[in-house]
Write a new protein. Structure first.
Length: 61
């Protein structure tokens, strides 16, 4: 077993904090989805929170 110094470790991608408006524009989410995420989390949320709460539309032909 080895001790890991938390200050020297790389941050986990799921803990990156995003501005919800930027996240929605980057992932081409509509205004309704942006409003839903903003109501849930406020102006900022982590990647994990956003990814688990986004409603994806089907891409059927």
């Amino acid at each position: 077993m080895q001790h890991i110094d938390s200050t020297a470790a790389e941050p986990i991608a799921a803990t990156k904090v995003w501005c919800i408006a930027d996240f929605c524009s980057l992932h081409r989410l509509d205004r309704n989805e942006e409003a839903k995420l903003t109501a849930l989390f406020g102006q900022f949320a982590t990647t994990g929170e956003l990814a688990n709460n986004v409603t994806r539309r089907t891409r059927a032909r």
